[in-house]
Design a protein around this ligand. Structure first.
Ligand SMILES: [Zn+2]
Length: 189
């Protein structure tokens, strides 16, 4: 019986396939191998390969074994070099980013409460962005929450600094202390 027919049996005629495999347990290994070699997408199972194509000689991007090798070599059919990130579900990535966003937003609100917008410069906005992840539109929203506004000219000033940093590369992106004045006499952020 060919691998393909076995797979079809297993998928569509599960009870019959189960009965067949009970009587012929030696076929289990072949089915498992064929499944890992030809029928699993790398997102479908946490130990599946990530093949570069659909041909028999297409290799796994992680472990380098070809589909043919997974089907017929003497090793176990699962991928042994699957990176941890490949098993993160989209939901868990989104959840983590939401948590991160909440933190950045809370910090933006705190800064918006303390800072005097008129003392901000394009450079300060740039530092807020690349050291704390607070971009000017987020800061603007946080300021609005506190009944203030981000002066219009600062958007242009920020873009000017942004372009300058793009041109000078990452050298200009070192961490710096923010020196804008605060409204209530609290120490600078
Ligand atoms: Zn692999």
């Amino acid at each position: 019986m060919s691998d393909e027919i076995l797979i079809l049996e297993a998928k569509r005629m599960r009870p019959m396939a189960d009965a067949f495999l009970k009587d012929h347990p030696q076929h289990w290994d072949g089915i498992e191998r064929a499944t890992y070699a030809y029928h699993l997408n790398h997102r479908e199972r946490s130990d599946a390969h990530y093949f570069s194509g659909s041909r028999m000689e297409s290799e796994c991007r992680w472990c380098g074994r070809s589909r043919q090798a997974v089907r017929w070599d003497q090793h176990h059919p699962r991928c042994s070099k699957r990176p941890a990130w490949a098993n993160e579900t989209i939901q868990s990535v989104i959840a983590r980013e939401e948590v991160l966003y909440e933190r950045v937003w809370a910090l933006a609100l705190e800064i918006a409460r303390q800072i005097d917008p008129s003392t901000l410069t394009g450079e300060t906005l740039s530092i807020l962005h690349h050291t704390h992840g607070i971009d000017p539109s987020m800061l603007e929203c946080a300021l609005i929450e506190n009944g203030r506004a981000l002066p219009q000219h600062l958007h242009d000033a920020y873009l000017g600094v942004y372009k300058l940093h793009r041109e000078t590369g990452r050298h200009g992106q070192k961490r710096e202390i923010i020196v804008a004045k605060t409204t209530d006499g609290a120490p600078p952020l």
